[in-house]
Design a protein around this ligand. Structure first.
Ligand code: C5P
Length: 223
């Protein structure tokens, strides 16, 4: 079948991962969580990476190898970094904040852009992140931008963490979401914003099913 790339961008906690997965399953293509790539690098480099020179950072980045592989058992796509599956250890807000800080750096973005495009050459994708439609896959067949108020996104994050048995404070989550968004929207390189040709969906008052249906409406060319 035809090679296609769909992009799904938006702020933290808006539900991109859930939707990108559902969409990829529906279309029977791979799903690429580019946030996990930034998080994986942040997790392995640690806080000290914030003080590295660009040259040092570049040297360290050369040691990282991402791969997307189809698991022979369940046919699901698995993203790995240096042959290790990226797991729950990268999902903390601390790692998210460090990822966001490193994501302001040109050398990091260049490195990941290359890795993302290489994966995009090998697979049809639903690519999820902040700059998929604006920078990395400018020629994507279809671009979506999901949005929601910070309050609603904080509520969703809270519910998600509660399900995992993690108790956190709503106010703290709201503050973290606002801080990370500000950093992502105001950075010089590839700031978070909808591509000119993106379909923008405000999900604030929509259920998961509503959002999925809204996305599906635009798929008629590929369905
Ligand atoms: O989507 P997620 O919250 O996992 O992303 C973590 C951080 O990685 C974001 O806050 C953002 O700074 C960065 N990121 C990015 N470009 C992408 C994906 C993620 O800058 N395409």
């Amino acid at each position: 079948s035809k090679h296609i790339i769909l992009t799904l961008d938006g702020p933290a906690g808006v539900g991109k991962t859930t939707m990108a997965r559902k969409l990829a399953d529906y279309l029977k293509i791979a799903y690429l969580d580019t946030g996990a790539m930034f998080r994986g690098i942040a997790y392995l480099l640690g806080q000290e990476a914030l003080h590295y020179s660009d040259t040092t950072l570049q040297t360290k980045l050369l040691e990282f190898k991402f791969d997307l592989k189809k698991d022979s058992k369940d046919n699901k796509f698995v993203l790995s970094l240096n042959n290790r599956k990226l797991g729950p250890e990268i999902r903390t807000e601390e790692v998210g904040m460090l990822a966001s800080a490193l994501a302001t750096k040109g050398v990091v973005r260049e490195f990941l852009k290359q890795a993302q495009r290489e994966i995009g050459k090998r697979f049809s994708l639903v690519a999820e992140g902040r700059d998929m439609g604006t920078v990395v896959f400018k020629d994507a067949s279809l671009k979506f931008f999901l949005d929601a108020t910070p309050e609603e996104r904080a509520r969703r994050r809270l519910a998600q963490l509660k399900m995992q048995g993690i108790e956190v404070d709503y106010k703290k989550i709201l503050e973290q979401i606002i801080a990370r968004d500000r950093q992502d929207r105001t950075r010089k390189i590839a700031p978070l914003c909808p591509a000119q040709d993106a379909i923008i969906i405000d999900t604030t008052d929509l259920s998961l099913e509503d959002v999925f249906n809204a996305l599906k409406k635009h798929l008629s060319d590929f369905g």
